[in-house]
Ligand binder design. Structure first.
Ligand SMILES: O=P(O)(O)OC[C@H]1O[C@H](OP(=O)(O)OP(=O)(O)O)[C@H](O)[C@@H]1O
Ligand code: HPA
Ligand SMILES: [Mg+2]
Length: 184
């Protein structure tokens, strides 16, 4: 799987480092074509989106600025609480900006539907979403997402920014967590 000692916590690799890299390259080409040289304000959602933001942004040729928001709805568990808290707000004024929210995963959709409403109320020219992963079967809220890397099954995944109880974010691939780890 990897030369790190994961014990028996990980069940399998769902998306390899190479698959992620290839898909991000395709997504960046789509984004570049759509924005056609306009400046994009990438808004990364801390902390899960750090890897996607770092790798996707470096593939873009469009002029880019970056800002970060920290929100939390999961705490340390595997289920969304549905209550979104802003932990760190943007430093950038969104008036007239083309905003592209960068996320690692859309699971229930609760985080993003809340974030979309919040950012749209700040007067941007546009707000779109790019996410590496989406779990369609788990969606409780319909969110219109422009760029989706991979549709994945409704299993709890970790790695490439995604954590379970703050662990595994550093893995270069996305793997599924063995159910015994979270009592599933
Ligand atoms: O679609 P949803 O069910 O709302 O879940 C998706 C969100 O949950 C995770 O973040 P989390 O709040 O756990 O914080 P983190 O990014 O710091 O891990 C993930 O990074 C997404 O932001
Ligand atoms: O499957 C997941 N893994 C890690 N964090 C998450 N946040 C929402 N869904 C997930
Ligand atoms: Mg997150």
């Amino acid at each position: 799987m990897d030369d790190r000692d994961m014990g028996t916590d990980l069940e399998k690799v769902l998306l390899s480092q190479e698959q992620i890299e290839t898909r991000l390259t395709e997504m960046a080409a789509e984004i570049d074509a759509d924005y056609a040289g306009r400046e994009v304000l990438l808004v990364g959602v801390l902390r899960g989106a750090v890897m996607v933001m770092a790798d996707l942004s470096r593939k873009l040729h469009s002029p880019v600025q970056m800002d970060w928001m920290a929100v939390s709805s999961y705490g340390s568990g595997t289920k969304s609480s549905g209550v979104v808290r802003i932990i760190k707000d943007l430093d950038t004024d969104l008036t007239g900006r083309d905003v592209l929210i960068v996320e690692d995963i859309i699971d229930s959709g609760l985080t993003l539907s809340w974030l979309l409403g919040n950012l749209r109320s700040r007067g941007p020219a546009s707000v779109e979403i790019a996410t590496l992963l989406r779990k369609p079967e788990a969606s409780k809220v319909a969110v219109d997402v422009r760029y989706v890397g991979f549709e994945i099954p409704p299993e709890f995944v970790v790695g490439y920014g995604l954590d379970y109880a703050e662990k595994y974010r550093h893995l270069p691939f996305v793997g599924t967590l063995a159910p015994h780890v979270y009592g599933g």
